[in-house]
Design a protein around this ligand. Structure first.
Ligand SMILES: *Cc1c(COP(=O)(O)O)cnc(C)c1O
Length: 423
């Protein structure tokens, strides 16, 4: 007998904090209980309660091919049969690294780690080592994993004093974390004017996908590249979401901008826990054992994980990104018409196979804009759509993800259901 989601959640809360292993999964922001998932296939995810949903979360991004893609599953099973971990090099590590280097114009060498968090943390350490400087600039509303130095929040004031965003992070750890709003190039210039000589790096999501979805305004990324070059700071693109999603070669290919370092995760593991960071060889050679910057990992380059990543990227090479983007564009335009007919103000930001729906008037260009949207209405929309068989991210600050397995019928059914949403 399988227990129902409700009963599993009750029992999980007794032995796991909040009943979940990552906070947003608890569905608190949308006033719902989490579904416990039994299995997934293609664009569908199935709960232990026996209900199927069209999945627009995709494990928060990794499953760009859809769930349980046969080629990825075969690679994973084959690797698992040969042993889960050796703590010694295996061939697929090399083949995955080669795929990353060939795909990403700004990545000459790459080091595998186990999560996006680890990758961002290690890239920052490397940037600090290469420049001999302590500070870095990040943008409000961008997420770079949960390593201490990234967990700073500040008021809207540019370069305001950084305060830890969570208990457990001492003020000293975020004292060198400088903040400015996304898309605010003037703000970034002011930070550099004040602290330029201290700034090791600027880290940015080239398309911000952790405050809903916010696209870079024209000139923003180019301006950051220029600022970094002028000040001897490294530009770090956090492509954990955008890598292999906004284009096979990531945002750096889509926008034609070369960061110094690139942070990767999610899709490159095909659903297994993987991250990576890479960049110019002159920087990457500073990492131990070729250089003096320490970074290690017992399970880094884990054989089943790199096999799944390799199979995913090799399969993506044959996928039609332009066709998927067009499908998402048409779908979003259709949704805009549906909500306009209802007189409900919405802003739908989209990029490639991602879209975010904000219940708000006008454009959303930064975190303040995203935060101004109607979160209550979003929560009602989430619950309504879940009741109709659509699995959306349980927070207004997450982007919806689409996969190559999503069919025309999935989009049509979503639009049909959205038409019935009362508001
Ligand atoms: C998910 C994410 C991370 C963190 O990756 P984890 O694997 O969850 O540690 C870092 N940066 C961005 C942009 C992400 O979306």
């Amino acid at each position: 007998m399988t227990l129902a989601s409700t009963e599993l959640f009750r029992r999980a809360q007794e032995c796991i904090p909040g009943g979940v292993n990552s906070p947003v999964r608890a569905c608190l922001a949308v006033g719902a209980e989490p579904l416990f998932i039994d299995r997934a296939q293609g664009s569908r995810i199935y709960s232990v309660d026996g209900d199927g949903y069209v999945d627009f979360v995709l494990s928060w991004g990794p499953m760009l091919l859809g769930h349980a893609h046969p080629r990825v599953t075969a690679a994973l099973c084959d690797a698992a049969r040969r042993g889960a971990s050796f703590g010694a090099p295996c061939p697929d590590e090399l083949y995955l690294a080669r795929l990353l280097v060939d795909a990403l114009p700004a990545v000459e060498m790459v080091r595998m780690v186990n999560s996006g968090t680890e990758a961002a943390m290690s890239a920052l350490r490397l940037a600090r080592a290469c420049t001999g400087r302590p500070a870095f600039l990040k943008f409000t509303g961008c997420y770079h994993g949960h390593a201490d130095p990234f967990l700073a929040a500040a008021g809207s004031g540019v370069a305001a004093l950084s305060l830890p965003g969570t208990p457990g992070v001492p003020p000293g750890v975020v004292a060198d974390t400088l903040l400015c709003p996304y898309n605010d190039l003037d703000g970034a210039e002011r930070v550099f004017a004040a602290r330029g000589g201290d700034i090791a790096a600027v880290i940015v999501e080239p398309v911000a996908a952790n405050m809903g979805l916010v696209l870079p305004v024209p000139g923003f990324l180019e301006g950051l590249r220029e600022l970094c070059t002028r000040n001897g700071s490294l530009l770090i693109f956090d492509e954990v979401i955008t890598g292999f999603r906004v284009a096979y070669g990531g945002a750096q290919t889509r926008f034609g901008i070369q960061p110094d370092l690139t942070v990767l995760g999610k899709i490159i593991g095909g659903g297994l826990p993987v991250g990576a960071y890479g960049g110019k060889a002159e920087y990457m050679r500073r990492i131990a054992p070729s250089g003096d910057v320490y970074q290690a990992g017992t399970l880094s380059g884990n054989p089943p994980a790199v096999a799944a990543g390799r199979a995913t990227l090799e399969t993506l090479q044959c996928c039609d990104y332009a066709a998927l983007e067009l499908r998402v564009e048409q779908f979003c335009s259709g949704l805009e018409r549906i909500f306009a007919d209802k007189g409900l103000p919405v802003c739908i930001n989209r990029c490639a196979s991602m879209f975010a729906l904000f219940f708000t008037q006008g454009a959303v260009r930064d975190f303040a804009g995203a935060a101004a949207a109607d979160a209550e209405r979003w929560a009602r929309f989430y619950r309504f759509m879940r009741g109709r068989g659509f699995y959306l991210a349980p927070s207004a600050f997450e982007t919806a993800m689409v996969s190559f397995a999503h069919a025309a019928e999935d989009f049509a059914a979503f639009a049909e259901a959205a038409r019935d949403f009362a508001g």
